[in-house]
Design a protein around this ligand. Sequence first.
Ligand SMILES: C[S@@+](CC[C@H](N)C(=O)[O-])C[C@H]1O[C@@H](n2cnc3c(N)ncnc32)[C@H](O)[C@@H]1O
Length: 273
Amino acid sequence: MTATAPIVLGTLRRDEFRRACALVYDVAGIAMSDGKEGLVSSRLAKRVRELGLRGFPEYLARVERDDAELAEMVDRLTTNKTNFFRERAHFDWLRDRVLPAASGRTLRLWSAGCSSGEEPYTMAMVLHEATGGKPDASILATDISARMLAKGREGLYLPETVADIAPALVQRHFQPARSDAGAERLQVREHLRRMVRFARLNLMEEWPMRGAFDAIFCRNVMIYFDRATQERLVNRFHAMLAPGGYLFIGHSETLHALEHGYAYAAPAVFVRP
Ligand SMILES: C[S@@+](CC[C@H](N)C(=O)[O-])C[C@H]1O[C@@H](n2cnc3c(N)ncnc32)[C@H](O)[C@@H]1O
């Protein structure tokens, strides 16, 4: 019997890389630059092997005729880095400015590009703490990545990921749990999970929900989009905000070169007047 030699895939050829980039840009608005060939190749090679295909040309042909595989490819090429209390000052602003303004009615928040849930759960934690455990808030958490949304819904995190959270908060809002393989995890408790609704949404497509949000967090997402896409997006967010509502962006992002109707409020915080 002859053993089948493992296929060596190497790096995407330049034209293959360009094809993959064009597909990802068309679907998700993500502009992948030259220099990412190695990263893209290794992520896609894994998928090629899983599907038992012979190489990248066969894989790209498949992606081009199969929308589900195209979504899977985009999912695998997204950057999902996030953490609890990332850019902490924004959560102080949420507590001190956004929450009081909604007194007497349900606060509506949107984490657009929520990755594995750390951002919306931080929002939930902050509101829970600030209201003595009686938050009246609904948090919509959306992402293009089905993989990340599944993680968010599960709410299971490695113990080291809660390092940025005060121990008393960890105690109140997480419970010890195990992964399927039996490894130690911490799980977000039910009272926070109830506050967050995860849904798949591609920001480039139609949005089924209606405004008006009190705040939209779209942080460290637009950095992957080109200027025209960013401009369109921040203006669509503007239309989804209540007057006086806030848009939070990442600290390495800017609205500087974009035409928009926001007023500056604080670093990486903008208000719809
Ligand atoms: C780096 S993470 C940011 C997570 C979180 N907002 C934070 O700041 O920690 C960027 C997220 O944006 C999502 N994303 C990228 N393009 C998207 C699109 N077109 N529609 C929706 N989500 C998108 C990715 O899947 C990824 O989870």
